[in-house]
Design a protein around this ligand. Structure first.
Ligand code: HEC
Ligand code: HEC
Ligand code: HEC
Ligand code: HEC
Length: 349
């Protein structure tokens, strides 16, 4: 009887632990705790889940411009008909493999914009090109395609919405200030559950340390620190790494002592803010209500949307190499008169 109780207690205690073997890889000076911990068993599962999509043969750039052949090409006016058709086939495999072309198109008339998914996809095309062209500081030459986030799903598996207001107060217990419950965002800790609204939509200061010795300009409270730690926990979980992947534990704030990955992450934070503010928020009204969050906001991106538990999405598989049509917005192939029509931004219904 007593033994059974002890065993049950031990089982409960160890339930949160990971079964060995554990492998440790040292990444920094001894004594700084800069090590990554891996378990070959979980690594194998991750490798299975993160295979890049099958490569397609490069499309021929020659041939007439798609925008001249079709009627309603607003963004992809820089592609030949061959590149255009191949991209449509790839987009279907990346975003709507079960539904096919009609997930975005009216089967009677492909030029119509009557499905919201097509209008969203047009903005997504601009967003993908923006990431690949202007955020090389983060995505390097690896780049992204629709697959990086969608992985064959209509909706990417990892998105976030603003926390509903009722989650922010707990009646008699007073205002929880957005924390003090188990939060899956902050890896089951009781840190703030929505660090994304202030840091990945807003641009609040991500700091714990003050910059001056005196209180002037040094007003970083413990409460603010908790929000920073919540975001850091998300970043670690999203990348499947420890804090020391980006920080030297001798001084978390010191940039000179930090591994270069911290700088990549810094650019990543700015990139995600830009995607959420410039590409996702503006299309809120395009989505049907059931796609919106509890406060009526659009689904947004965080580090997990692309990384999905890995230090580089899909272990750094080159995405844009086989899809130069998503690398950047090239000059329009339309004759000058037609090309002068505004194409820079998509008109929303
Ligand atoms: C994820 C959404 C999506 C899927 C799936 C999709 N398309 Fe498209 N399609 C678009 C968007 C967005 C445009 C407009 C591009 C632009 O404005 O530059 C477009 C435009 C087109 C056009 C031009 C129509 C015209 O006259 O203006 C054709 C043709 C086309 N797609 C064919 C296909 C085919 C064939 C498939 C299936 C193999 C497919 N599309 C799957 C989003 C999609
Ligand atoms: C940075 C990540 C990211 C990339 C890259 C990306 N998407 Fe998305 N996509 C999102 C998010 C976030 C949403 C919003 C989810 C929702 O529908 O509520 C979304 C929604 C969509 C939807 C609406 C789906 C629905 O059923 O509501 C379509 C269609 C879509 N994306 C197509 C594309 C296409 C096509 C590409 C590539 C040209 C692409 N996306 C690239 C993140 C991404
Ligand atoms: C993927 C890289 C990355 C990981 C992993 C990471 N951080 Fe950070 N951390 C950063 C970046 C980048 C900043 C600076 C953000 C900014 O200024 O916009 C930062 C800032 C901080 C700060 C504020 C320093 C100051 O100047 O006041 C602290 C403290 C911190 N991180 C702690 C942690 C802890 C604890 C963990 C693990 C739970 C962690 N970080 C994981 C990249 C990372
Ligand atoms: C749009 C997709 C996307 C999003 C969103 C994204 N990343 Fe990345 N990230 C990438 C790609 C692609 C690479 C690989 C670049 C390369 O090959 O060097 C990368 C690389 C990194 C690296 C370098 C890893 C290494 O070992 O060199 C860090 C660190 C990182 N990301 C942190 C973050 C953080 C933190 C966030 C959220 C604030 C974030 N990323 C959001 C696509 C993304």
């Amino acid at each position: 009887m007593t033994l059974r109780v002890i065993l049950m207690f031990a089982a409960a205690l160890l339930a949160g632990c990971e079964r060995p073997p554990i492998e440790t890889v040292q990444r920094g000076f001894r004594g700084t705790g800069m090590a990554e911990i891996y378990n070959p068993r979980t690594l194998a599962v991750k490798a299975e889940l993160n295979q890049p999509p099958a490569a397609t043969a490069p499309a021929s750039p020659g041939g007439p411009a798609a925008a001249l052949v079709y009627q309603n090409v607003q963004v992809l006016n820089d592609l030949s008909i061959g590149e255009f058709s191949q991209l449509m086939v790839s987009m279907t495999a990346w975003v709507a493999p079960e539904q096919g072309c009609t997930y975005c198109h009216d089967a009677q008339n492909f030029a119509l914009d009557d499905k919201y998914t097509k209008v969203v996809a047009r903005k997504m095309l601009q967003m993908t090109r923006k990431i690949n062209a202007d955020y090389k500081s983060h995505v390097a030459e690896t780049g992204v395609t629709c697959y990086t986030c969608h992985r064959g799903n209509n909706i990417p598996a990892n998105i976030w919405f603003k926390a509903a207001p009722e989650q922010r107060s707990a009646g008699l217990l007073g205002d929880r200030a957005g924390q003090n419950t188990v939060s899956t965002v902050a890896n089951l800790s009781s840190l703030p559950e929505d660090p994304f609204t202030p840091f990945l939509l807003g641009s609040e200061d991500i700091r714990v340390h003050g910059t001056t010795a005196l209180p002037t300009g040094n007003k970083h409270t413990i409460k603010q620190a908790e929000w920073t730690y919540s975001l850091m926990t998300h970043m670690s979980t999203a990348l499947g790494v420890n804090c020391t992947y980006c920080h030297n534990s001798r001084s978390f704030a010191d940039w000179n002592a930090s591994p270069p990955q911290r700088a990549t992450a810094w650019y990543g934070i700015r990139m995600v803010r830009d995607l959420n503010n410039q590409y996702l928020e503006p299309i809120t009204k395009v989505f049907p209500p059931h796609r919106l969050g509890p406060t009526g906001d659009v689904a947004k991106a965080n580090c997990q949307t692309c990384h999905q538990g890995l230090f580089k999405p899909l272990y750094g598989a080159a995405m844009v190499k086989n899809h130069p049509e998503l690398a950047t917005q090239r000059p329009s192939l339309l004759p000058p008169a037609a090309a002068s029509a505004p194409v820079a931004d998509v008109a929303l219904q």
